[in-house]
Design a protein around this ligand. Sequence first.
Ligand code: GDP
Ligand code: IMO
Ligand code: MG
Length: 434
Amino acid sequence: MSILVVVGAQWGDEGKGKIVHFLARKAEYVARYQGGNNAGHTVVVGKKRYALHLIPSGILMKQTKNIIGSGVVISPRAFREEVLGLEKRGISSRKRLFVSFGAHVILPYHILLDGLREESGRGIGTTKRGIGPCYEDKVARIGIRVCDYLEPETFKKLVVQNLKIRSAELARLRPLASIEKEVFADYDLLRRFIAPYAQDTSLLLSEAIERGENVLLESAQGAMLDLDFGTYPFVTSSSPIAGGAATGSGIAPASVEFVLGVTKAYTTRVGLGPFPSEMEVKRGDYLREKGHEYGTTTGRPRRIGGLDLVQLRHAIRVSGINALAVTKLDTLSGTGPIEVCRAYRWKGKTLTHFPWSRKAQGEAKPILIRLPGFNGNLASARLFSDLPKAAQDYILWIEKNLGIPIPIVSVGPDLKQTIVRDASLSSLADFVKP
Ligand code: GDP
Ligand code: IMO
Ligand code: MG
Protein backbone atom coordinates (compact mmCIF):
# COMPACT_ATOMS: atom_id res chain seq x y z
CA MET A 1 0.00 0.00 0.00
CA SER A 2 1.20 3.52 -0.78
CA ILE A 3 -0.16 7.02 -0.54
CA LEU A 4 1.40 9.25 -3.17
CA VAL A 5 0.84 12.95 -3.81
CA VAL A 6 1.56 14.31 -7.30
CA VAL A 7 2.08 18.08 -7.39
CA GLY A 8 2.80 20.59 -10.12
CA ALA A 9 6.21 22.12 -9.39
CA GLN A 10 5.86 25.22 -11.61
CA TRP A 11 2.95 27.46 -12.73
CA GLY A 12 0.69 24.62 -13.90
CA ASP A 13 0.60 22.70 -17.19
CA GLU A 14 3.65 20.66 -16.21
CA GLY A 15 2.13 17.51 -17.68
CA LYS A 16 0.49 16.35 -14.43
CA GLY A 17 -2.36 14.78 -16.40
CA LYS A 18 -0.02 12.54 -18.35
CA ILE A 19 2.03 11.53 -15.31
CA VAL A 20 -1.06 10.84 -13.15
CA HIS A 21 -2.55 8.79 -15.99
CA PHE A 22 0.69 6.77 -16.10
CA LEU A 23 0.77 6.21 -12.32
CA ALA A 24 -2.98 5.48 -12.17
CA ARG A 25 -2.30 2.05 -13.72
CA LYS A 26 -1.41 0.91 -10.21
CA ALA A 27 -3.81 3.07 -8.20
CA GLU A 28 -7.08 1.94 -6.67
CA TYR A 29 -8.04 5.59 -6.10
CA VAL A 30 -7.06 8.89 -7.69
CA ALA A 31 -8.29 11.95 -5.80
CA ARG A 32 -8.26 15.62 -6.79
CA TYR A 33 -7.89 17.83 -3.72
CA GLN A 34 -8.15 21.46 -4.88
CA GLY A 35 -9.02 23.72 -7.81
CA GLY A 36 -11.87 23.20 -10.20
CA ASN A 37 -12.51 23.38 -13.91
CA ASN A 38 -9.81 26.04 -14.22
CA ALA A 39 -7.53 23.00 -14.62
CA GLY A 40 -6.84 21.59 -18.04
CA HIS A 41 -5.08 18.25 -18.20
CA THR A 42 -4.54 16.80 -21.64
CA VAL A 43 -4.12 13.05 -21.72
CA VAL A 44 -3.31 11.15 -24.89
CA VAL A 45 -4.36 7.51 -25.16
CA GLY A 46 -3.31 6.03 -28.49
CA LYS A 47 -4.93 8.21 -31.15
CA LYS A 48 -7.39 9.75 -28.69
CA ARG A 49 -6.82 13.02 -26.88
CA TYR A 50 -8.80 13.88 -23.74
CA ALA A 51 -8.96 17.34 -22.14
CA LEU A 52 -9.92 16.79 -18.50
CA HIS A 53 -10.90 19.72 -16.32
CA LEU A 54 -12.68 18.59 -13.17
CA ILE A 55 -12.39 14.86 -13.30
CA PRO A 56 -9.12 13.24 -12.16
CA SER A 57 -6.93 11.76 -14.88
CA GLY A 58 -7.40 8.34 -13.27
CA ILE A 59 -10.80 8.12 -14.99
CA LEU A 60 -9.06 6.94 -18.16
CA MET A 61 -7.78 3.79 -16.42
CA LYS A 62 -10.75 1.44 -16.25
CA GLN A 63 -9.92 -0.16 -12.88
CA THR A 64 -9.32 3.11 -11.04
CA LYS A 65 -11.86 4.85 -8.83
CA ASN A 66 -11.78 8.65 -8.76
CA ILE A 67 -12.59 11.28 -6.20
CA ILE A 68 -13.35 14.98 -6.37
CA GLY A 69 -12.40 16.00 -2.84
CA SER A 70 -13.85 18.57 -0.47
CA GLY A 71 -11.08 21.06 -1.33
CA VAL A 72 -12.34 21.25 -4.92
CA VAL A 73 -14.89 23.76 -6.19
CA ILE A 74 -17.33 22.14 -8.56
CA SER A 75 -19.59 23.64 -11.18
CA PRO A 76 -22.54 21.20 -11.44
CA ARG A 77 -23.03 22.27 -15.04
CA ALA A 78 -19.37 21.71 -15.99
CA PHE A 79 -19.44 18.41 -14.09
CA ARG A 80 -22.42 17.12 -16.08
CA GLU A 81 -20.89 18.22 -19.38
CA GLU A 82 -17.58 16.52 -18.61
CA VAL A 83 -19.15 13.27 -17.42
CA LEU A 84 -21.45 13.12 -20.48
CA GLY A 85 -18.59 14.05 -22.81
CA LEU A 86 -16.53 11.13 -21.49
CA GLU A 87 -19.53 8.79 -21.66
CA LYS A 88 -19.96 9.61 -25.35
CA ARG A 89 -16.40 8.44 -25.84
CA GLY A 90 -17.00 5.18 -24.00
CA ILE A 91 -15.64 6.18 -20.56
CA SER A 92 -18.19 5.54 -17.85
CA SER A 93 -18.00 7.38 -14.52
CA ARG A 94 -20.81 5.53 -12.75
CA LYS A 95 -19.71 3.81 -9.54
CA ARG A 96 -16.11 4.92 -10.13
CA LEU A 97 -16.36 8.67 -9.66
CA PHE A 98 -17.30 10.18 -6.30
CA VAL A 99 -17.83 13.82 -5.37
CA SER A 100 -17.33 15.02 -1.81
CA PHE A 101 -20.38 16.29 0.08
CA GLY A 102 -18.04 19.06 1.23
CA ALA A 103 -16.96 20.42 -2.18
CA HIS A 104 -18.31 23.93 -2.75
CA VAL A 105 -20.46 24.55 -5.82
CA ILE A 106 -19.72 27.16 -8.45
CA LEU A 107 -22.89 28.90 -9.57
CA PRO A 108 -23.47 31.31 -12.46
CA TYR A 109 -23.01 34.36 -10.21
CA HIS A 110 -19.48 33.26 -9.32
CA ILE A 111 -18.62 33.24 -13.01
CA LEU A 112 -20.17 36.69 -13.47
CA LEU A 113 -18.16 38.04 -10.51
CA ASP A 114 -14.93 36.50 -11.85
CA GLY A 115 -15.47 38.26 -15.20
CA LEU A 116 -16.38 41.53 -13.50
CA ARG A 117 -13.20 41.53 -11.41
CA GLU A 118 -11.06 40.61 -14.39
CA GLU A 119 -12.43 43.59 -16.29
CA SER A 120 -12.14 46.00 -13.37
CA GLY A 121 -8.54 46.93 -14.15
CA ARG A 122 -7.25 44.73 -11.30
CA GLY A 123 -7.45 41.51 -13.26
CA ILE A 124 -4.82 38.78 -12.89
CA GLY A 125 -5.71 36.79 -16.02
CA THR A 126 -7.94 34.15 -14.43
CA THR A 127 -9.63 31.41 -16.40
CA LYS A 128 -12.99 33.12 -15.66
CA ARG A 129 -14.53 29.91 -14.41
CA GLY A 130 -15.74 31.47 -11.14
CA ILE A 131 -13.04 29.77 -9.07
CA GLY A 132 -11.92 32.77 -6.97
CA PRO A 133 -15.42 34.04 -6.08
CA CYS A 134 -16.54 30.53 -5.09
CA TYR A 135 -13.57 30.14 -2.70
CA GLU A 136 -14.32 33.66 -1.39
CA ASP A 137 -17.79 32.47 -0.38
CA LYS A 138 -16.28 29.40 1.26
CA VAL A 139 -13.93 31.50 3.38
CA ALA A 140 -16.69 34.00 4.13
CA ARG A 141 -18.74 31.04 5.44
CA ILE A 142 -21.60 31.65 3.05
CA GLY A 143 -20.57 28.98 0.54
CA ILE A 144 -22.89 26.28 -0.75
CA ARG A 145 -21.53 22.74 -0.48
CA VAL A 146 -22.62 19.73 -2.49
CA CYS A 147 -24.58 18.47 0.55
CA ASP A 148 -26.44 21.81 0.66
CA TYR A 149 -27.02 21.72 -3.09
CA LEU A 150 -28.74 18.35 -2.73
CA GLU A 151 -31.34 19.79 -0.33
CA PRO A 152 -33.65 22.02 -2.41
CA GLU A 153 -34.88 24.07 0.54
CA THR A 154 -31.42 24.71 1.95
CA PHE A 155 -30.11 25.53 -1.50
CA LYS A 156 -32.86 28.01 -2.34
CA LYS A 157 -32.47 29.79 0.98
CA LEU A 158 -28.71 30.12 0.57
CA VAL A 159 -28.94 31.37 -3.03
CA VAL A 160 -31.42 34.08 -2.08
CA GLN A 161 -29.21 35.07 0.88
CA ASN A 162 -26.01 35.12 -1.20
CA LEU A 163 -27.48 37.10 -4.07
CA LYS A 164 -28.48 39.73 -1.52
CA ILE A 165 -24.97 39.78 -0.05
CA ARG A 166 -23.38 40.17 -3.51
CA SER A 167 -26.11 42.41 -4.89
CA ALA A 168 -24.07 45.63 -5.04
CA GLU A 169 -21.58 44.06 -7.43
CA LEU A 170 -23.97 41.83 -9.35
CA ALA A 171 -26.55 44.52 -10.02
CA ARG A 172 -23.91 46.35 -12.08
CA LEU A 173 -24.04 43.49 -14.53
CA ARG A 174 -27.61 42.29 -14.78
CA PRO A 175 -30.86 42.53 -12.88
CA LEU A 176 -30.67 40.23 -9.86
CA ALA A 177 -33.93 38.54 -10.83
CA SER A 178 -32.43 37.36 -14.12
CA ILE A 179 -29.34 36.00 -12.35
CA GLU A 180 -31.53 34.17 -9.86
CA LYS A 181 -33.56 32.73 -12.73
CA GLU A 182 -30.38 31.46 -14.36
CA VAL A 183 -29.26 29.77 -11.11
CA PHE A 184 -32.53 27.86 -10.81
CA ALA A 185 -33.06 27.25 -14.54
CA ASP A 186 -31.51 23.78 -14.67
CA TYR A 187 -31.18 23.16 -10.93
CA ASP A 188 -33.43 20.09 -10.77
CA LEU A 189 -31.70 18.45 -13.70
CA LEU A 190 -28.22 19.14 -12.29
CA ARG A 191 -29.11 18.15 -8.73
CA ARG A 192 -30.49 14.81 -9.91
CA PHE A 193 -27.43 14.33 -12.07
CA ILE A 194 -24.87 14.93 -9.35
CA ALA A 195 -26.77 13.13 -6.52
CA PRO A 196 -25.62 9.56 -7.28
CA TYR A 197 -21.97 10.68 -7.30
CA ALA A 198 -22.08 12.50 -3.94
CA GLN A 199 -20.36 10.71 -1.06
CA ASP A 200 -18.37 11.13 2.12
CA THR A 201 -15.14 10.83 0.15
CA SER A 202 -12.91 11.32 3.21
CA LEU A 203 -14.48 8.13 4.57
CA LEU A 204 -14.04 6.31 1.24
CA LEU A 205 -10.36 7.23 1.17
CA SER A 206 -9.68 6.29 4.76
CA GLU A 207 -11.37 2.90 4.22
CA ALA A 208 -9.24 2.38 1.10
CA ILE A 209 -6.13 3.24 3.10
CA GLU A 210 -7.18 0.79 5.83
CA ARG A 211 -7.60 -1.93 3.21
CA GLY A 212 -4.03 -1.25 2.11
CA GLU A 213 -4.86 0.11 -1.35
CA ASN A 214 -2.73 2.45 -3.46
CA VAL A 215 -4.04 6.01 -3.33
CA LEU A 216 -2.84 8.84 -5.51
CA LEU A 217 -3.70 12.46 -4.72
CA GLU A 218 -3.34 14.90 -7.60
CA SER A 219 -3.00 18.66 -7.55
CA ALA A 220 -4.93 20.63 -10.14
CA GLN A 221 -2.36 23.44 -10.42
CA GLY A 222 1.28 24.14 -9.60
CA ALA A 223 3.19 25.41 -6.57
CA MET A 224 3.70 28.90 -8.00
CA LEU A 225 -0.07 29.33 -8.28
CA ASP A 226 -0.52 28.37 -4.60
CA LEU A 227 -2.53 30.92 -2.63
CA ASP A 228 0.09 31.09 0.15
CA PHE A 229 3.39 30.20 -1.52
CA GLY A 230 2.85 31.27 -5.13
CA THR A 231 3.38 34.62 -6.82
CA TYR A 232 0.59 36.31 -4.85
CA PRO A 233 -1.74 37.90 -5.96
CA PHE A 234 -1.22 36.27 -9.35
CA VAL A 235 -2.27 32.87 -8.04
CA THR A 236 -5.29 30.63 -7.87
CA SER A 237 -7.47 30.62 -4.76
CA SER A 238 -6.51 27.23 -3.30
CA SER A 239 -3.51 25.15 -2.19
CA PRO A 240 -1.97 22.92 -4.85
CA ILE A 241 1.09 22.29 -2.66
CA ALA A 242 1.28 18.93 -0.91
CA GLY A 243 -0.15 20.31 2.35
CA GLY A 244 -3.39 20.93 0.49
CA ALA A 245 -3.69 17.21 -0.23
CA ALA A 246 -4.62 16.44 3.38
CA THR A 247 -7.01 19.34 3.95
CA GLY A 248 -8.58 18.97 0.50
CA SER A 249 -9.21 15.24 0.69
CA GLY A 250 -9.73 14.56 4.38
CA ILE A 251 -6.88 12.13 4.95
CA ALA A 252 -4.29 12.40 7.70
CA PRO A 253 -1.16 14.34 6.65
CA ALA A 254 1.02 11.65 8.19
CA SER A 255 -0.43 9.02 5.86
CA VAL A 256 1.23 10.68 2.86
CA GLU A 257 4.37 8.71 2.16
CA PHE A 258 5.80 10.24 -0.99
CA VAL A 259 5.48 13.51 -2.90
CA LEU A 260 6.28 13.46 -6.61
CA GLY A 261 6.75 16.86 -8.27
CA VAL A 262 6.14 17.30 -11.99
CA THR A 263 8.16 19.85 -13.95
CA LYS A 264 8.71 20.54 -17.60
CA ALA A 265 12.28 20.59 -18.89
CA TYR A 266 11.69 24.34 -19.29
CA THR A 267 9.00 26.64 -17.82
CA THR A 268 5.63 28.01 -18.94
CA ARG A 269 3.07 30.29 -17.40
CA VAL A 270 -0.39 31.33 -18.58
CA GLY A 271 -2.01 34.47 -17.23
CA LEU A 272 -0.41 37.57 -15.76
CA GLY A 273 2.22 37.85 -13.03
CA PRO A 274 5.94 37.59 -12.36
CA PHE A 275 7.98 35.12 -14.37
CA PRO A 276 11.69 35.74 -13.72
CA SER A 277 13.07 33.25 -16.25
CA GLU A 278 10.76 34.33 -19.11
CA MET A 279 12.59 34.18 -22.45
CA GLU A 280 13.01 36.77 -25.14
CA VAL A 281 10.09 36.67 -27.58
CA LYS A 282 11.77 34.96 -30.56
CA ARG A 283 13.11 31.93 -28.73
CA GLY A 284 9.92 31.72 -26.68
CA ASP A 285 7.78 31.77 -29.86
CA TYR A 286 9.81 28.93 -31.31
CA LEU A 287 9.42 26.72 -28.23
CA ARG A 288 5.71 27.59 -27.95
CA GLU A 289 5.05 26.31 -31.46
CA LYS A 290 7.31 23.27 -31.08
CA GLY A 291 5.73 22.32 -27.75
CA HIS A 292 2.13 23.36 -28.69
CA GLU A 293 2.12 25.59 -25.64
CA TYR A 294 -1.45 26.84 -25.65
CA GLY A 295 -3.76 26.58 -22.63
CA THR A 296 -5.96 23.45 -22.46
CA THR A 297 -8.78 25.38 -20.77
CA THR A 298 -8.69 28.82 -22.39
CA GLY A 299 -6.53 28.33 -25.51
CA ARG A 300 -4.34 31.28 -24.44
CA PRO A 301 -0.71 31.21 -25.62
CA ARG A 302 1.54 30.17 -22.73
CA ARG A 303 4.48 32.39 -21.81
CA ILE A 304 7.77 30.52 -22.12
CA GLY A 305 10.92 30.56 -20.00
CA GLY A 306 13.99 28.55 -19.14
CA LEU A 307 14.08 26.04 -16.30
CA ASP A 308 14.33 28.03 -13.07
CA LEU A 309 16.24 26.43 -10.22
CA VAL A 310 15.31 29.15 -7.70
CA GLN A 311 11.63 28.58 -8.37
CA LEU A 312 11.98 24.79 -8.36
CA ARG A 313 13.89 24.77 -5.06
CA HIS A 314 11.05 26.80 -3.58
CA ALA A 315 8.46 24.33 -4.89
CA ILE A 316 10.48 21.37 -3.58
CA ARG A 317 10.73 22.94 -0.14
CA VAL A 318 7.11 24.02 0.35
CA SER A 319 5.74 20.64 -0.77
CA GLY A 320 8.50 18.41 0.59
CA ILE A 321 8.91 16.96 -2.90
CA ASN A 322 10.84 13.68 -2.72
CA ALA A 323 11.49 13.23 -6.44
CA LEU A 324 10.74 14.87 -9.77
CA ALA A 325 9.21 13.70 -13.02
CA VAL A 326 10.60 15.82 -15.88
CA THR A 327 8.31 16.16 -18.92
CA LYS A 328 8.71 17.51 -22.45
CA LEU A 329 12.41 16.82 -22.70
CA ASP A 330 11.72 16.03 -26.40
CA THR A 331 10.51 19.60 -27.00
CA LEU A 332 13.96 21.00 -26.17
CA SER A 333 15.63 18.91 -28.86
CA GLY A 334 17.05 21.01 -31.70
CA THR A 335 16.50 24.32 -29.91
CA GLY A 336 20.19 25.11 -29.38
CA PRO A 337 22.06 25.61 -26.11
CA ILE A 338 19.84 25.30 -23.02
CA GLU A 339 19.61 28.31 -20.74
CA VAL A 340 18.83 27.58 -17.10
CA CYS A 341 18.23 30.20 -14.42
CA ARG A 342 20.43 29.40 -11.42
CA ALA A 343 19.81 32.56 -9.33
CA TYR A 344 18.20 36.01 -9.57
CA ARG A 345 19.79 39.44 -9.60
CA TRP A 346 17.84 42.14 -7.82
CA LYS A 347 19.03 45.55 -6.60
CA GLY A 348 22.67 44.49 -6.91
CA LYS A 349 22.06 41.36 -4.83
CA THR A 350 22.12 37.71 -5.84
CA LEU A 351 18.99 35.86 -4.71
CA THR A 352 19.04 32.10 -4.39
CA HIS A 353 15.70 31.81 -2.57
CA PHE A 354 12.41 32.81 -4.16
CA PRO A 355 11.60 36.30 -2.82
CA TRP A 356 8.34 37.19 -1.03
CA SER A 357 8.23 40.82 -2.22
CA ARG A 358 6.05 41.31 -5.28
CA LYS A 359 8.44 44.04 -6.39
CA ALA A 360 11.39 41.66 -6.21
CA GLN A 361 9.46 38.90 -7.97
CA GLY A 362 8.54 41.32 -10.75
CA GLU A 363 11.95 42.96 -11.15
CA ALA A 364 14.37 40.08 -10.53
CA LYS A 365 16.54 39.25 -13.54
CA PRO A 366 17.65 35.69 -14.15
CA ILE A 367 21.31 34.74 -13.81
CA LEU A 368 21.61 32.19 -16.57
CA ILE A 369 23.89 29.29 -17.16
CA ARG A 370 24.25 27.77 -20.63
CA LEU A 371 24.32 24.02 -21.07
CA PRO A 372 24.91 22.09 -24.29
CA GLY A 373 21.75 21.44 -26.30
CA PHE A 374 20.87 18.22 -28.10
CA ASN A 375 19.34 17.11 -31.37
CA GLY A 376 17.45 14.17 -32.74
CA ASN A 377 14.06 12.62 -32.18
CA LEU A 378 13.72 11.76 -28.50
CA ALA A 379 10.12 10.64 -28.86
CA SER A 380 11.07 7.04 -29.57
CA ALA A 381 13.45 6.69 -26.60
CA ARG A 382 12.27 4.04 -24.13
CA LEU A 383 15.36 3.77 -21.95
CA PHE A 384 17.45 6.56 -20.48
CA SER A 385 20.41 5.23 -22.45
CA ASP A 386 18.44 5.74 -25.72
CA LEU A 387 18.61 9.52 -25.19
CA PRO A 388 21.38 11.65 -26.73
CA LYS A 389 24.27 12.01 -24.30
CA ALA A 390 23.68 15.78 -23.85
CA ALA A 391 20.01 15.11 -22.99
CA GLN A 392 21.07 12.57 -20.35
CA ASP A 393 23.62 15.05 -19.04
CA TYR A 394 20.93 17.74 -18.76
CA ILE A 395 18.80 15.50 -16.53
CA LEU A 396 21.84 14.50 -14.43
CA TRP A 397 22.80 18.17 -14.12
CA ILE A 398 19.30 19.10 -12.84
CA GLU A 399 19.37 16.20 -10.39
CA LYS A 400 22.74 17.27 -9.04
CA ASN A 401 21.94 20.98 -8.81
CA LEU A 402 18.57 20.49 -7.13
CA GLY A 403 19.82 17.61 -5.02
CA ILE A 404 16.77 15.50 -5.82
CA PRO A 405 16.25 12.28 -7.80
CA ILE A 406 14.53 12.32 -11.21
CA PRO A 407 13.12 8.80 -11.53
CA ILE A 408 10.77 9.63 -14.42
CA VAL A 409 11.54 11.38 -17.72
CA SER A 410 8.81 11.97 -20.28
CA VAL A 411 9.57 12.34 -24.00
CA GLY A 412 6.07 12.58 -25.47
CA PRO A 413 2.39 12.69 -24.52
CA ASP A 414 1.81 8.95 -24.85
CA LEU A 415 2.13 6.51 -21.94
CA LYS A 416 4.80 4.60 -23.84
CA GLN A 417 6.89 7.75 -24.00
CA THR A 418 7.68 7.55 -20.30
CA ILE A 419 11.14 6.54 -19.18
CA VAL A 420 11.30 5.08 -15.67
CA ARG A 421 14.93 5.49 -14.66
CA ASP A 422 14.49 4.23 -11.14
CA ALA A 423 11.63 1.94 -10.08
CA SER A 424 12.97 1.39 -6.58
CA LEU A 425 12.19 4.64 -4.74
CA SER A 426 10.19 3.79 -1.60
CA SER A 427 6.44 4.32 -2.10
CA LEU A 428 6.79 5.47 -5.70
CA ALA A 429 7.90 1.93 -6.52
CA ASP A 430 4.34 0.62 -6.02
CA PHE A 431 3.17 2.88 -8.84
CA VAL A 432 5.96 2.52 -11.40
CA LYS A 433 6.78 -1.17 -11.39
CA PRO A 434 5.95 -2.74 -14.76
P1 GDP B 1 -1.22 19.63 -16.93
O1 GDP B 1 -2.22 20.72 -16.80
O2 GDP B 1 -0.13 19.71 -15.93
O3 GDP B 1 -1.86 18.27 -16.96
O4 GDP B 1 -0.53 19.83 -18.35
P2 GDP B 1 -1.30 20.14 -19.72
O5 GDP B 1 -2.05 18.92 -20.13
O6 GDP B 1 -2.06 21.41 -19.63
O7 GDP B 1 -0.08 20.45 -20.68
C1 GDP B 1 0.89 19.50 -20.97
C2 GDP B 1 0.82 19.15 -22.47
O8 GDP B 1 1.98 18.48 -22.85
C3 GDP B 1 -0.32 18.22 -22.85
O9 GDP B 1 -0.77 18.53 -24.13
C4 GDP B 1 0.33 16.83 -22.82
O10 GDP B 1 -0.31 15.90 -23.69
C5 GDP B 1 1.70 17.16 -23.32
N1 GDP B 1 2.80 16.35 -22.77
C6 GDP B 1 2.94 15.80 -21.55
N2 GDP B 1 4.16 15.24 -21.42
C7 GDP B 1 4.78 15.44 -22.60
C8 GDP B 1 6.10 15.13 -23.09
O11 GDP B 1 6.92 14.55 -22.40
N3 GDP B 1 6.39 15.54 -24.35
C9 GDP B 1 5.50 16.20 -25.15
N4 GDP B 1 5.88 16.55 -26.36
N5 GDP B 1 4.27 16.51 -24.72
C10 GDP B 1 3.93 16.15 -23.46
P1 IMO C 1 -3.56 23.11 -15.02
O1 IMO C 1 -4.42 22.10 -14.37
C1 IMO C 1 -2.03 27.06 -15.74
C2 IMO C 1 -3.92 30.37 -13.56
C3 IMO C 1 -4.69 31.36 -14.42
C4 IMO C 1 -4.43 32.61 -13.63
C5 IMO C 1 -4.47 32.13 -12.17
C6 IMO C 1 -5.80 32.33 -11.48
O2 IMO C 1 -3.75 23.07 -16.49
O3 IMO C 1 -2.15 23.07 -14.55
P2 IMO C 1 -8.12 31.06 -11.65
O4 IMO C 1 -9.07 30.87 -12.80
O5 IMO C 1 -7.62 29.79 -11.07
O6 IMO C 1 -8.67 31.98 -10.59
O7 IMO C 1 -6.86 31.83 -12.28
O8 IMO C 1 -4.17 30.74 -12.23
N1 IMO C 1 -4.32 28.96 -13.72
C7 IMO C 1 -3.63 28.07 -14.43
N2 IMO C 1 -2.50 28.19 -15.17
N3 IMO C 1 -2.60 25.85 -15.61
C8 IMO C 1 -3.70 25.71 -14.84
O9 IMO C 1 -4.23 24.51 -14.56
C9 IMO C 1 -4.29 26.84 -14.24
N4 IMO C 1 -5.37 27.04 -13.46
C10 IMO C 1 -5.37 28.34 -13.13
O10 IMO C 1 -4.17 31.43 -15.71
O11 IMO C 1 -3.14 33.10 -13.88
MG1 MG D 1 -2.97 22.28 -17.99
